[in-house]
Design a protein around this ligand. Sequence first.
Ligand SMILES: Nc1ncnc2c1ncn2[C@@H]1O[C@H](COP(=O)(O)OP(=O)(O)OP(=O)(O)O)[C@@H](O)[C@H]1O
Length: 568
Amino acid sequence: MHCFPCFSTPRNKKSSSSDEANNNEVKLHERRQSDEAEQSEETTLKIFSFRELATATKNFRQECLLGEGGFGRVYKGTLKSTGQVVAVKQLDKHGLHGNKEFQTEVLSLGQLDHPNLVKLVGYCADGDQRLLVYDYISGGTLEDNLQEPKPNREPMDWTMRMQIAYGAAQGLEYLHDKVDPPVIYRDLKASNILLDDDLCPKLCDFGLHKLGPGTGDKMMALSSRVMGTYGYSAPEYTRGGTLTTKSDVYSFGVVLLELITGRKALDTTKPNDEQNLVSWAQPIFRDPKRYPDMVDPILKKKFSERGLNQAVAIASMCVQEEPTARPLISDVMVALSFLSMSTEDGIPTAVPMLSFKDKSMSIALSRHDSNLVSPTPEVATEDDKSSTSSDEESSVDNEKEMVNKKKKKKLEEEDSLTESDDGSDSNSDDEHEKDQESQPPKPVDEKNQAQSLKIKYRYSWEDVDINEGRLSSKSSQKSNDGGSISSGYESNKDHDDLPKEKEEKEEDHTHLEHMQSSKTDDSQSVYFDDDDDSGDDNEEVSLHRVKSEVEVGSFEDDSGASLHHTES
Ligand SMILES: Nc1ncnc2c1ncn2[C@@H]1O[C@H](COP(=O)(O)OP(=O)(O)OP(=O)(O)O)[C@@H](O)[C@H]1O
């Protein structure tokens, strides 16, 4: 986080001569210059004059107006110097901040860099004008794409929707877990998710609250900003309570529901009991048979029912009333990384184990469907842990077929290695599952510190390859290095990384299996497992993965949200 240095000469020290005063001024000027040079070295933000931006936007002409939000008007422009197309946000004057305060905030925003965030290109603080210049994102908002799809564009299919959810989760996870101090989005909604030409989601409008009008003013917070996002705001926020990262998770859940249902978060054209999406969905959450009825009819039933069940389960967890019961966005992201690979014909055969950090994720799932609670714990072993190390040298081949063959061969080799390492045979997983099934289910204990979610499904390698390019992100890579999340699987990684796999035949359906585990174990795991031995998909590869985690630190955000970092 940047702060402009304070330049103050001690008030009690009076210069005895004008020479001394001059000297001081020169020194002060030099220091200021060198500090400013340092600042600009650390940021790539460009400083624009008002005239440059006026030229870029044809003098802020109406035809360049993209829209108007809570912070001011946004214009499309073209920078004369580079030809870059940009979105210029002219902040409302009544929210004006001092130059220094503005620059401090803007410089910290300029530090944020993630493929799923709209990039701040530069700013202008000229006289009383305050403007922010962003990359222009050409595909429109998620809201527009869902509600008013362009005539020349196919409606977004199920997989695309899950990919958008996954990308948005990655952007949010970056803000929550990778930025220090964490950035609470505050206003996540479908109209703040922009899509590029490839439908890759980019979050915009983050971190602006300190620049907006009425900062710190509760009245303001309860008026336009919250009213404007009604339907997305977490209940604790609309009640005027504390904002935490879990409030963002709630909003994310609403967006996920919009993707699933094609409905708006708030739609006053609908009958009273259907106007608020979450209120409408709540009773359906309790009745999985009704899940297919909530899906956007435009999809014409082209989705995997198992993928749908999982997506609805995640959404229902996110929109829980109680903030602490909502999952961490990193857990949501991990779960969505798999759903985003699903196809309408079936879902992944891969079965890596994924660790969830936040117990609320698994507790919420068990509430969601008590049938998903499984009796015995799965414990990650040292062998499992070591087998998750990434293979940095794995190659990326443009020829999809070649890659698939290569990966499959390697998986077979690794499989035989893993088997010989731990002395287990290829049937051990099946036997383990049978053991679990033979035990009576235990009720979920909310005080239980360790519960596991078992998510079973399948995918084809081809799907993975198709998705890899789009889904890759710095955030995921950082998580491998820095270990701030413990994802057992990241879609942008080469699948050669996956450690313990076996080839199996699959039944073409998926379910979530929520397992209660040891009360003394604080860690939780998600198991993406293959379902059973039946089926006829000879070519599919089934993967099984365990990843354990070690907590290396935790800190609190300014709103009191405790964020944990884990290392795998
Ligand atoms: N970087 C950008 N590229 C393309 N269009 C953008 C960009 N940023 C904003 N817009 C568009 O400008 C319009 C106004 O955006 P803005 O974010 O100010 O308001 P909003 O999202 O409509 O409302 P709110 O302030 O309540 O979030 C929207 O239609 C938005 O899609």
